[in-house]
Design a protein around this ligand. Structure first.
Ligand SMILES: *Cc1c(COP(=O)(O)O)cnc(C)c1O
Length: 366
């Protein structure tokens, strides 16, 4: 068949491109960006320091295996280095998983309000995303298992999930794994693992170690405050690491990312401060919003999903406009199935208190 211009392969033009969180508020100088779950504490000073050593040698290729970084991660988490693969953000690792395990005719399972990248990458691989309903904004293990067919190759679970902030207990994740056929890969995206303070939560490390069909992905974009450098890592069985190695770019992490990441993961003090700040403010923000009469989905991560009441005329869109005028940039979540909600990242004290005060004014005056 001939066409008048080059055409992308089937499925590509059906993809709705990912829209990142906004950065600015029109006409406002002092902006608080609370739209991408970035760390209000910034990067570890040691990570910033580590980059300076890289600047003298920008003409050389980085280490294609990102050894210094993989070794630092292995050491800190007590893992075998051979089971770790680093990526240009965990987004790249999710892409590689789809490219390696999915093709036309295959199905990848995602949940109703799950992270949107999964669906995009399943489609980019030519496969079919199957969306499973959630219960009360939480992934539902039985619904996921009921959706598995002979075509299912991958199940994606963000735990905790973005944008809901809800999580599944390790017992539930184990039950999910136990119910999957051996040939289905379970991907546990634990981007927010460090923030979770719940006794029944586990990021997935133990399950990966004990299974042949589970991988866990992690990111440096959230707790480590290094979103700008693009660093993620995956922990999985040898056979999965081996497959991903074959299709990844040969220098998928840049030299600055390798150096800064290795320093960041070893800076326990900075991680602890970030976790502590988040624990304190996640609670205060949640309670503050509830005191204003707003419904908040209980979050275990570094953001909250705030629900507005369209019947009262105080819609999410109006709240967003009101907040923007005061310099508070939150995240639209219509694409995640929440037209009447906004997602707010936990920010600095000033930002958190500012949003609470602004929403109080909004609800009183509108
Ligand atoms: C932020 C986030 C990531 C991180 O992606 P990077 O590419 O590492 O920046 C991964 N998964 C989820 C669910 C996220 O919210």
């Amino acid at each position: 068949m001939t066409s008048a211009k080059p055409l992308p392969k089937k499925g590509v033009m059906d993809i709705a491109a990912y829209v990142p969180g906004r950065k600015s508020a029109p006409g406002v100088d002092r902006v608080h960006k609370l739209s991408s779950n970035e760390s209000p504490l910034g990067a570890s000073p040691e990570a910033i320091q580590a980059i300076s050593g890289v600047l003298d040698h920008l003409e050389t290729y980085p280490d294609g295996n990102a050894n210094a970084l993989c070794e630092a991660i292995a050491e800190v988490h007590g893992l075998n280095r051979a089971n770790i693969l680093c990526g240009n953000g965990s987004d790249e690792l999710l892409t590689l998983l789809c490219q390696a395990y999915l093709g036309p005719g295959d199905e990848g399972i995602v949940t109703e309000h799950g992270f949107l990248i999964y669906k995009i990458q399943i489609m980019a691989a030519g496969a079919t995303p199957v969306t499973v309903r959630e219960t009360d904004c939480r992934a539902d293990v039985d619904a996921i298992l009921a959706a598995v067919t002979e075509r299912t190759k991958i199940v994606f679970l963000a735990n905790p999930n973005n944008p809901t902030g809800t999580y599944l207990s390790m017992e539930e994740v184990r039950r999910l794994r136990a119910g999957l056929p051996a040939g289905v890969l379970l991907v546990l995206d634990a981007a927010y693992a460090e923030y979770v303070r719940r006794n029944d939560y586990e990021s997935g490390i133990e399950l990966v170690s004990a299974s042949d069909n589970v991988v866990m992905t992690r990111t440096f974009s959230k707790i480590h405050g290094l979103a700008g450098l693009r660093i993620g890592w995956l922990y999985g069985p040898h056979h999965v690491i081996d497959a991903l190695h074959r299709i990844r770019g040969p220098f998928n992490l840049n030299a600055a990312a390798i150096a800064a990441g290795a320093a960041a993961v070893r800076d326990r003090g900075h991680i602890d401060r970030s976790v502590e700040h988040n624990s304190v403010w996640l609670r205060r923000v949640t309670e503050g919003l509830q005191e204003l009469g707003l419904r908040v989905t209980p979050s275990a991560a570094n953001f909250v999903l705030i629900h507005f009441d369209p019947d009262g005329g105080r819609t999410a869109a109006k709240a967003d406009e009101f907040l923007l005028r005061r310099g508070f940039v939150l995240r639209h979540v219509s694409a995640y199935g929440f037209p009447d909600a906004l997602r707010m990242s936990i920010g600095s004290k000033e930002a958190n208190e500012g949003v609470l005060a602004a929403l109080k004014d909004f609800l009183e005056t509108s």
